[in-house]
Write a protein that binds this ligand. Structure first.
Ligand code: DGL
Length: 274
């Protein structure tokens, strides 16, 4: 085996999001690929992405991806639905020899598989919903599926704040946003924003037990595992490795919420300027 191939195998997987939300994808990746090293970048200085124009999100995504690429990653995971919706094609074209995974296609595929009625709900940021990316991806897997979408921008702030299911305010907001999905109007709901699985319990409670919730974190982790195995790029070293976390601002706040969410101290953690 050449030293380049070995370096690639042992190289980390790069993951980015606008904030803590992408840690839901990190959790899925750690579960599915426990031997891999992850480098995570949370672009907290410019969060939220979801209320910005596609051109701005694309510019941010290019900068975050370039930072990770400079750290010799073997795969890029766009753990942000907004960035996946508007910039996946651009990033794929920028790095043709590096697998670049977004969260929209795996989430859409899983939703179509799970839905019996073909009536699928999608919640996401304003930018993700208005891009129509989920509706398009779902139609690609099932052209007769009916998609009902709802932007839930306040969910991002609640997740960043670390307010999960037991806060009365979170429940109140969820009741209002999730009204279109109650009463059997959909049988499947895509959590189309990486922050939303943090609020999973309250969302499940509001829509009821008959609605299957789709979290694209697990779906993208599965796709990453398949791709790495197929290209013989799975890390083989038995040496333990530490994940590395970067943010662009408000490090203390990120660290607090991230450690709460991941249930462990962040191993290596730094603030960077892009
Ligand atoms: N993580 C983003 C997403 O999945 C939501 C947060 C934001 O608006 O930046 O769309």
């Amino acid at each position: 085996m050449t030293s380049l191939a070995l370096r690639m195998k042992e190289s980390p997987i790069g993951v980015f999001d606008s904030g803590v939300g992408g840690l839901t994808v990190v959790k899925s990746l750690r579960r599915r690929l426990p031997n891999e090293q992850i480098i995570y970048l949370g672009d907290t200085a410019r969060l939220p992405y979801g209320t910005r124009s596609p051109a701005t999100v694309e510019r941010y995504a290019i900068q975050t991806a370039s930072f990770l690429e400079s750290l010799n990653i073997k795969m890029l995971v766009i753990a942000c639905n907004t960035a996946s919706a508007v910039a996946h094609g651009t990033l794929r074209a920028m790095y043709p020899s590096m697998p670049t995974l977004g969260v929209i296609q795996p989430g859409a595929k899983q939703a179509v598989r799970a839905s019996k009625s073909g009536r699928i709900g999608v919640i996401g940021t304003e930018a993700t919903v208005s891009s129509g990316a989920y509706a398009k991806a779902i139609a690609g897997f099932n052209p007769s599926a009916e998609v009902v979408s709802q932007a839930c921008p306040l969910f991002v702030a609640l997740a960043e704040e670390g307010w999960a299911e037991h806060e009365a305010a979170t429940r109140l907001i969820a009741d209002r946003y999730l009204e279109p999905f109650r009463g059997g109007r959909v049988d499947t709901l895509v959590l189309g924003c990486t922050h939303y699985p943090i609020l999973r319990d309250v969302i499940a409670d509001v829509v009821g037990p008959d609605v299957v919730l789709i979290d694209s974190g697990d779906a993208v982790a599965e796709e990453a595992a398949i791709l790495l195995a197929a290209s013989e790029q799975l890390r083989t070293s038995l040496e333990p490795c530490e994940d590395q976390f970067f943010v662009t601002d408000a490090a203390g706040r990120f660290r607090r919420v991230a450690e709460l969410f991941l249930g462990a101290a962040l191993e290596r953690f730094e603030t960077v300027e892009l």
